[in-house]
Write a protein that binds this ligand. Structure first.
Ligand code: ATP
Ligand code: MG
Length: 268
């Protein structure tokens, strides 16, 4: 197989596809990680909208926000998720919202998640598929040491169903410094979102930290989120990655917390 023969999926953002040397390799499990409000959900919505346009079977699981909130957010970027749902191109499932929607998850158990996703794929039919789990870290919040095992299960089981997967993870002390407990090694790709405040202004950045089989950009790029346009790449940042790295004292604290929790879990 030559390098060029890898099938790649467009993210829905042309400039990001270029940074990815053509897009996300089909079948990959990609982790999107970053602080709150940095654009993870917006990228997930854009990725799914592109799938709808290209005729892929699309499944979006939202744990942090309701189904309604995702539909409203998509609408702001002129993306009609309600239409896609009614045309059987998209299954949008939320969790713990207490309504009687048949796709709604009643618990944050990994087995229920995987079962629902397979059911959704059967409902949508045969063919190339896209999956978003926003967030996957919600499934191990109370058992952080399970992060790696859960992610491995999701990747292994769901790749058989023709999915290319985006899974988000919150960036917090409790979900570890990186994606979490070795998940970064399981993921085929990692797209990291960052934010800083410079001269009193919030700026957001994106960095492709890992994408197997891909000659991807290694530069930090500034992004912008706007009504209508959605997420756009403004350009390469002059900043070095070192400039946005967390201070050593914070990293040390996170590593310590992580070790303590892992020890606690393995003793349990
Ligand atoms: N219509 C819009 N116009 C301008 N900015 C918008 C619009 N919709 C969303 N945004 C911006 O996107 C941000 C939300 O981004 P997003 O929901 O993707 O964050 P996230 O990384 O998923 O965060 P979290 O981890 O909290 O879920 C908002 O805070 C806002 O700044
Ligand atoms: Mg989000």
């Amino acid at each position: 197989m030559t390098l060029n023969s890898i099938e790649r999926l467009s993210t829905g953002i042309k400039e990001l596809d270029e940074l990815l040397d053509g897009g996300i390799p089909k079948g990959f499990f990609v982790a999107l990680t970053g602080e709150p409000g940095t654009g993870k959900t917006v990228l997930c919505i854009t990725y799914i909208n592109e799938g709808i346009k290209e005729g892929d079977k699309c499944v979006y699981v939202t744990t942090e926000e309701s189904k309604r909130s995702i539909i409203t957010q998509a609408k702001m970027f002129n993306m009609d998720f309600e239409k896609a749902i009614s045309e059987k191109k998209l299954v949008l499932a939320d969790a713990l919202m207490g309504d009687d929607d048949p796709w709604s998850l009643k618990s944050l158990e990994i087995d229920e998640l995987i079962g629902k996703i397979i059911e959704a794929k059967k409902y949508l039919g045969y063919g190339r598929a896209r999956l978003v789990i926003d967030s996957l870290s919600a499934f191990w919040l109370d058992k952080p040491a399970m992060a790696r095992r859960h992610s491995y299960l999701v990747k292994k089981v769901l790749s058989k169903w023709d999915f290319t997967i985006f899974a988000t993870s919150q960036y917090a002390i409790t979900t570890s410094y990186a994606f979490g407990w070795g998940v970064e090694h399981i993921a085929d790709g990692i797209i990291r979102f960052r934010r800083i405040i410079r001269n009193g202004q919030l700026k957001r950045y994106i960095l492709i930290e890992k994408m197997r089989q891909t000659n991807h950009s290694l530069r930090l790029h500034e992004i912008e989120i706007k009504p209508g346009a959605g997420l756009t790449i403004i350009g390469a940042s002059e900043m070095r990655v070192e400039d946005i790295r967390l201070p050593k004292s914070v990293v040390d604290k996170i590593v310590k917390t992580r070790q303590e929790e892992e020890a606690e879990y393995s003793n349990a």
